[in-house]
Design a protein around this ligand. Sequence first.
Ligand code: SAH
Length: 334
Amino acid sequence: MNLSRAEIIDLLQDETHQEQLFAKADAVRKEYVGDEVHLRGLMEFSNICRNNCMYCGIRRDNKLLGRYRMSAEEMVTTAHKAADMGFKTIVMQSGEDMHFTADVMCAIIEQIKKFDVAITLSIGERSYADYKAFYDAGADRYLMRIETTDKDLYHRLDPGMSWQHRYECLLMIKEIGYELGSGIMVGLPEQSIESIADDLLFLRDLGIDMAGIGPFIPHAQTPLKDATGGSLELALRTMAAMRLLMPDINIPATTAMESLHPQGRIKALRAGANVVMPNITEGEYRKLYELYPGKICVDDTPLHCRTCIGAKIMSIGRTIGQGYGGHNGKLPHQ
Ligand code: SAH
């Protein structure tokens, strides 16, 4: 749907008519991508990070956090169990942990590909050669949020990083042939509604296949500990507007939404979302992958999460996708 910047700003601001926006986004979702909800098993395989993002609990300078890195064997076993549970996509996410060189990562990707799953990587900024190597090893999708398109805000929040470089990474990922996921946080300190509208137009122009939108939640062990944080409502309005703007892409009901409200993901699934990313990380690692406080399900097992979210999805009359659930049908490697 063609929406002007001014129209998007209206949608984002209008609290009184948000139920109409959610209903519209829900109808567009149903028309373009149907009732299937695609599940992606999220493996958080390392919380070691070279970056120091002001909002993020696993930032380099958070010395209070116990750090971990899963072994290649643990990663393959975790993915295998998830595939046996029926997951058709495994998302591998971590901090920017340079232990995982292209060679190390490719060997893991090749083994996990044997389980007949799509692989999404979410490991941040790398070189073109690395992105190409991961892709050739079998990675299908890449997820990296631009976080905000307000460049000044980005540079204040992500010290030592370059917005332009992150953007160029997204272009490389797309050019190589991955399905590209990106997205933003809403409710960042000093982020304006106008800039969120610009974010949505940026994502549309980039031609993303998936948009992850979540509220910023302040973490006590970061410089932004006293910030206000984003509201679930604004995050939902942003997500719903994204659905109107890009009717057929994949849009997850994000974990951060559920962390703000026990029904956050269900609300999102009824306001334009068609994907959920249940956690398949095991044991203590879940707690330690603390991007923000109040993260849900930290004491649960992968099977529990799979069963719980499956029941919730069915309770609202939706079905679980049985395929890989890519944007536009086929996977890049099929
Ligand atoms: N290193 C990878 C993964 C980053 S963590 C990368 O650079 O892409 C995944 C996402 O969590 C981030 O992109 C950010 O949007 C989100 N996130 C980080 N800290 C957060 C916070 N305090 N509140 C909400 N979301 C947060």
